[in-house]
Write a protein that binds this ligand. Structure first.
Ligand SMILES: Nc1ncnc2c1ncn2[C@@H]1O[C@H](COP(=O)(O)OP(=O)(O)O)[C@@H](O)[C@H]1O
Ligand SMILES: [Mg+2]
Length: 259
């Protein structure tokens, strides 16, 4: 049964999408069967993989609107050998509809049930909020990976995220499940300045062994790759950014040997 990892932090621009795309592709290079799920209305993960949103017939919105099953939406991204549930939607419509749904927190979880055995890993790229889309992702997830940018105010808002995780854990207990923290990933480290290293020490003091050994450096190839519709692991396989995402994938696999 595939492991479901939600990539979440309600702060924007911390590297959620970059991590989702590159972790998914790096896991696939390690021979894992991976399904990446884009539930951010900005659809950056979808675009970063070179998928043209205007040509899409279906998207993750159709799951939330109860219009289509997951397997009717999945597309295969040949170049990186992953499956993708793409996004293209008007979030306001979706959230409005969800609010009226009795099962509003469980729509994604229910939808993934029938494809769970087809993959080793599911990676969910969450939007920058703790709204219904994120609660759906966390409710479906076995674990949450929290990217934290090595910048001033990095820990800002994390208390709120941790409270949300605790709330989900309580709800999941009813279904005999337990959301765990997969790890905290330090991203965009500027190796030339001290502030980044200060943040690393602050985050490690707080999260201890939950912090991934792999740290993602700020790397221009990472920033540029998305505009070419490629993960950095394809655009510039030898770059520091690429190497670090491959190391992250190895670390995740080592921590989850049963998957
Ligand atoms: N390691 C990195 N080095 C350089 N730029 C990065 C790196 N990681 C992400 N970026 C850039 O930072 C911006 C925000 O990253 P993104 O993954 O979209 O964050 P989020 O999904 O949390 O909003 C994007 O423009 C992305 O290309
Ligand atoms: Mg994003």
């Amino acid at each position: 049964m595939g492991k479901i990892i939600a990539i979440s932090n309600q702060k924007g621009g911390v590297g959620k999408t970059t991590t989702s795309v590159n972790l998914a592709c790096s896991l696939a290079s390690l021979g894992k069967k991976v399904c990446l799920i884009d539930i951010d209305y900005q659809a950056n993960a979808t675009t970063n993989l070179g998928i043209n949103r205007s040509n899409l017939k279906a998207s993750s919105a159709d799951i939330f609107m109860n219009k289509k099953k997951a397997k009717e939406i999945i597309i295969h991204v040949d170049r990186v050998n992953i499956d993708l549930i793409p996004a293209k939607f008007d979030l306001s419509n979706v959230e409005e509809k969800l609010l009226q749904d009795d099962d509003k927190n469980y729509v994604l979880s229910n939808a993934l049930e029938e494809i769970r055995y087809q993959y080793d890993y599911f990676i969910i790229d969450c939007p920058p909020s703790l709204g219904l889309m994120t609660t759906n992702a966390l409710m479906a997830a076995d674990s949450v990976l929290i990217p934290v940018q090595c910048e001033f105010l990095a820990m800002d808002g994390l208390t709120q995220l941790l409270n949300t995780i605790r709330y989900i854990q309580k709800k999941q207990k009813i279904n005999n499940r337990d959301l765990v923290i997969e790890g905290v990933l330090l991203t965009m480290l500027d190796t030339r300045s001290n502030i980044g290293y200060e943040i690393i020490s602050e985050v490690k003091t707080y999260f201890r062994e939950k912090v991934f050994k792999t740290i993602i450096p700020r790397n221009v190839k990472v920033a540029v790759s998305s505009s070419y519709g490629l993960p950095v692991t394809e655009y510039s396989p030898k770059s520091k950014g690429s190497q670090s995402y491959r190391n992250l994938a190895k670390e995740v696999v080592e921590n989850n040997e049963e998957y």
